[in-house]
Design a protein around this ligand. Structure first.
Ligand code: TTP
Ligand code: MG
Length: 215
């Protein structure tokens, strides 16, 4: 009858909605790769991107416009691996990618600590849409404190936090701190938060070898 056909169709719709809902719930996940400088965060991000390339899984890689250590839109690791990235001036630009991508697309972010404060809301929106999001960022600044509000909220939003360690450049132990060095000396506590650099201005240090004098 007309009525049972209607019921059947409604059932099919309900079940496929349920399946879609469960799939989105299973799929969406935020992984944050963190730790000090020289820990291999970017390397780990690029390793995962390489797996996407091999398996033909579509991905997008974003980096903030602030990080100009390497020219162009490449994300480059210390091992000189690299991948082409989309440079974002503002986290608002993420909306247009969220609306045009299929849920299979994986969203990668490097240098999360340098995005503006809207980034965690945008990432939460991606997760609600069912996307997998994988990002790398510093947990601590050179002062040994949580890097900033952006990293605090992303680390709390994360489903999985991968803490990588570097090697202490003084004692060769495991390093979880980043030492800023200015003219061969540990930078003072009131030195500015953002100072783009690599081996020239920074070292990985363990808790015991790390120092940040307060003037
Ligand atoms: P990272 O990508 O964290 O450093 P990295 O490439 O050495 O680490 P990894 O191998 O794990 O990817 O980039 C850190 C950037 O942040 C770098 O440009 C220096 C800057 N920075 C600050 O501006 N302030 C700080 O307090 C610290 C610790 C770093
Ligand atoms: Mg890096």
């Amino acid at each position: 009858s007309q009525e049972s056909r209607c019921k059947y169709r409604q059932n099919v719709i309900d079940n496929s909605r349920k399946a879609e809902f469960i799939r989105v719930k299973l799929m969406s996940k935020l992984t944050i790769i963190t730790g000090p400088m020289f820990a291999g965060k970017t390397e780990e991000l690029l390793r995962r991107i390489n797996r996407c390339q091999i398996s033909n899984n579509k991905y997008l890689l974003f980096k903030p416009s602030l990080d100009n250590r390497y020219s162009s839109a490449d994300v480059v690791s210390h091992q000189k691996n690299k991948a082409r990235a989309i440079v974002l001036q503002s986290s608002n630009e993420i909306d247009k990618y969220a609306s045009q991508e299929k849920e299979q697309t994986i969203f990668f972010f490097d240098e999360l600590q340098f995005f503006d404060e809207g980034i965690s809301e945008k990432i939460n929106f991606l997760l609600k849409r069912g996307f997998l999001v994988i990002g790398a960022g510093l947990d601590k600044n050179f002062r040994g404190e949580p890097f900033n509000e952006v990293m605090k909220s992303l680390l709390s939003l994360a489903d999985e936090v991968i803490k990588l360690k570097a090697i202490c450049q003084v004692c060769q132990g495991e390093a979880s701190y980043t030492q800023r060095i200015i003219s061969g000396q540990p930078a003072a506590f009131d030195s500015p938060l953002v100072l783009i650099g690599g081996q020239e201005g920074y070292e990985a240090r363990c808790r015991q070898c790390y120092a940040c004098p307060r003037s």
